[in-house]
Design a protein around this ligand. Structure first.
Ligand SMILES: Cc1cc2nc3c(=O)[nH]c(=O)nc-3n(C[C@H](O)[C@H](O)[C@H](O)COP(=O)(O)O)c2cc1C
Length: 352
């Protein structure tokens, strides 16, 4: 296996030497094919991809912007690829937001992302404080170590398929009026028979948000398979997540973000994450906005579930639609073909 390094040439005035050094170490001994301009982003299907972004202190890279434009325009550009990202900044801001934006664009162009696909170097590298302490090394050593591990993951990972995978569907909507639920019902009928499907509703009052316990307390409860609050999360949701091969998050756009109930679910997943990683579980999503902003909600799901909580992000993980009044989503032009494509993608990802 080899790695294709997509490494936009840095803007003039920002040399990006720190990232160059990290890449030299992480990729030493591997076969590497390097792409430096948007024009060269062709013929890369079925590759293992590492996107390395030198951002300077403004969060803007002109060549990266040209690459984003191509990824967004050409939804087949990276079909069959699996990837990860290294984002290096000169300041403390913009690394994470640029990474999430790039991750969604890669994914919508057909690239899967391994769980925890981001190695992020902020200007000070303060984000490596915990890893450096655990390794007994410097911040820079922790950065290099993380980049090498990511390159290993990107080069070697393959998602395990099953004869009859288990899908856990999480929602917080009313069945009677929700466009998001209507779309899920349309997808579900195409999955039944080949997957086991378990739906859980996280409506108001069933789930308290994370209380932000001290790390050791969270670890203590997590190791016993629970959380300080207990309740539906501990009794029903944690066991269902453990058993699932994939999660489908049903995400109406609430104020250009995931709803509070789904956010509480993700926050409360932290206790389970202390005890286990989710690299071998996939996350899919249906995102519906009344007016606009579906990409922001999808990006939030990528950042929280894939970049943070380590779920595998299958290619084109989200069906993103715009519909407001009840019934409108299932009447959108072309929706049946998109539902068909979404369901087929789930089956292709999960089933033997
Ligand atoms: C609290 C709340 C906030 C919302 N915020 C937005 C928004 O910021 N942008 C938007 O396009 N639609 C917004 N909507 C509309 C929903 O996204 C829209 O109704 C869509 O159909 C998905 O919701 P549904 O599955 O309940 O139908 C909001 C709806 C609610 C109830």
């Amino acid at each position: 296996m080899s790695i294709t390094l997509i490494h936009p040439a840095p803007d003039s005035g920002w040399a990006g030497q720190r990232l160059d050094g990290v890449l030299r170490q992480a990729l030493a001994g591997r076969e590497v094919h390097t792409v430096r301009t948007a024009q060269e982003l062709s013929g890369l299907e079925n590759r293992r991809i590492l996107l390395a972004l030198p951002l300077g202190d403004t969060g803007v890279s002109l060549e990266h912007m040209r690459m984003l434009a191509r990824l967004r325009k050409e939804p087949e550009l990276l079909s069959g690829c699996t990837g990860g990202l290294i984002v290096d900044g000169a300041g403390e801001l913009y690394t994470k937001s640029s990474a999430a934006e790039a991750a969604l664009a890669l994914n919508m162009a057909g690239c899967a992302l391994v769980g925890r696909p981001l190695v992020e170097g902020t200007g000070s590298l303060a984000n490596f404080a915990v890893q450096a302490k655990n390794l007994g090394g410097s911040l820079m050593e922790a950065y290099r170590h993380a980049a090498r591990e990511l390159a290993d993951q990107v080069e070697g990972f393959s998602f395990p398929r099953k004869a009859r995978p288990e899908i856990l569907v999480l929602h917080a909507s009313s069945h009677h009026t929700s466009n998001t639920m209507d779309l899920w019902a349309g997808a579900r009928e195409k999955l039944e028979g080949r997957c086991s499907i378990h739906e859980i509703g996280l409506r108001n009052g069933t789930l308290s948000d994370c209380s932000g316990c001290p790390y050791t307390m969270c670890l203590h409860f997590g190791e016993q398979g629970g959380c300080f609050y207990g309740g539906v999360m501990q009794d029903e949701v944690y066991p269902a997540v453990r058993a699932a091969d994939a999660l489908v998050l049903l995400c109406p756009n609430y104020n250009d973000a995931l709803s509070a109930n789904l956010t509480a679910f993700i926050n409360r997943l932290t206790a389970l994450f202390r005890q286990t990683r989710f690299y071998d579980k996939a996350v899919f999503s249906i995102v519906v906005s009344g007016y606009s902003g579906g990409d922001m909600v999808a990006r939030q799901a990528v950042a929280a579930m894939n970049m943070n909580k380590s779920f595998y992000l299958p290619p084109r993980f989200a069906l993103i639609e715009t519909a407001n009044s009840p019934g409108q989503a299932l009447a959108l032009p072309g929706i049946q073909a998109r539902l068909e494509g979404f369901a087929r993608n789930i089956l292709d990802t999960l089933c033997l």
